[in-house]
Write a new protein. Sequence first.
Length: 627
Amino acid sequence: MLDGGQFVEALGRLGYPGSSSLKTSEFDWLFDCAPENLHFLRFVCRTLNQSNVLTPEEARAFQELQNSSKPILDETALSEVLKTIGNSDGSTGKILGSSSSSSMFAAEETFPIEDLEAELQALRKEKELKQRRYNKLQVVSTSRADVDLRLTAELESTSCKLNEANSSIGAENADTNTLLQTLTDEVSNLGKDHTDPPVSQKPTFLLSQLPLDPYLHQEELNTKALAAFTQKHFFQGISAIVESSCSERFQVLDLSSCKDGKEEETGHEGEERLVDRRRTEMARLQWSHIVAQHQLMQAMAEEKSVRAGLDWLISTSSSLHVREVVSRKELQAVEAELEALLHGPVPAALRESARLLNLPVVRGDLALQVARQDYYTSRQNQVRDYLLRQKASFDLLLLAQEMELRRWKTCQKHLCDVKGKLKKEGDEVSLRIKSLAHPDLIINPKPNPIISSKDAAFSRLLQMLDYDSAHSRSEPFRTYEALDQAASNLANNLHLIKDALAGAGREQCFTAARLYGDCEALHRAMYTEFQQLVLGPQVRLTDQELLCPNAQELTAKLMEAESQLQSLHQLMQEILGKIKTKRSQLERNALLRRERELYIYFHLDARLLQKIVEDLEGKMSAKRGQQ
């Protein structure tokens, strides 16, 4: 089935420069077109190759041919010629085939015989070269057959080990699952026994993760609403209310200052208009009350005086002429009394009555002012409570953010510490990886059992251990097995020497005790209790030789044992010094520590070492047999 991938591959085969950057999925639509185009696409994808592509010289020659204005059959002219030759495809194909075959024979006839012979010789040389390569490949494949067999055997053994490990891991996994299931059942039983009431736990969030814009926007709207409410209730006409609530407004007006309205108006032009207006209204009310009462009193007095005069005239009409002088005097006295009343107690009484007239008005005004003050006080309490609540919420938010900031700083500090530790460990790991990437430390699946020249410590140790038997060693290489054998021989010799030293010490103790007993017997036999022992002149060398005839031989053995012990002690001191030096080098150098771990790993794997040694011995024996 043709697709875009084959088309792109054909373009690459034809040498199109940008074929590597084309996508195959972009050319799949070409193969969904009409069936007559599929033949051309199949021809392009399956038939064309690099030989069908014109070289730059051929393309340049064709361009020159076109520019030379010579007659060239184009596609239209060629189709017309084919139509004239024959309408059937078969006849056309035959004609084309015959023409092509004839052209091929003509082309073959044009080749000279020398060129054909040279081409035949080149083909023969190429065949011989290929035959030699084929023979070499057969030899290589034959030599690699045993490697393939060994690798197949190792693969089978590894697969068996892997299957065994998988089975063991599966068994352990099954046991673990069983234990976990048992533990789960026990925990569920305990949970049923100790059931706690479910507590609805809401998911916790950090304050820094929550968006504060909606909350701040809502608080801003509430603040604007509170400002509008305050401006509406407290800032319009508040000055008039405050000024009207002074102590002067809570007192009854004194009309003594209202004797002359014009003088009063001119004297208080500098006061505020609202206070003047209220004061003027109250003064006008009092003054109108006083005027009305005064006029009423005057009218009543005139009426009573007229009535009294009429009564008096009626009663005293007969003696009017007689008592005219007396009447005049009485009239003058009454007028004087009236004048005194009008200018004395009457205005005071009128003012007092006017003042009493203002009491209900003042009381109502005071009640209205008290109600307004209570209203504004309640509103102020509401505003105060809201402001306190808003301040408390802001303080709580600030406190929570400060606490969270402190926690974040603590976490940042811990993270910085962890980062430092990780960076330090990363540097150590990179250094360790770099040191392990050394070619000398690469783990070889088949380690070399022979001690190389780089293992100076092991070579020196083997040289010291095999110092006496180096000339009689038959092995051509220094191996770890020989090192182990020499170490075991040294350990056996050390045990034997220790046993010999212990036996010699015991014999020396027994000999010394026996000599001490003999000396005591000799002392008792030769001297009495009244004689004093003098060791200098009384003792002879012959007596000592007679007492211990084997003393020189024992002394020689002891000296030999002591020299061997000293040499052994010196050898152990050298080994301990080298071990201390090696330990100090291991403590300072991580590469040597890793090398030591690798050596220990290979030495602890006894089966691997045994297998490698057996393989090497088999190869050595095979080489010796071939020689």
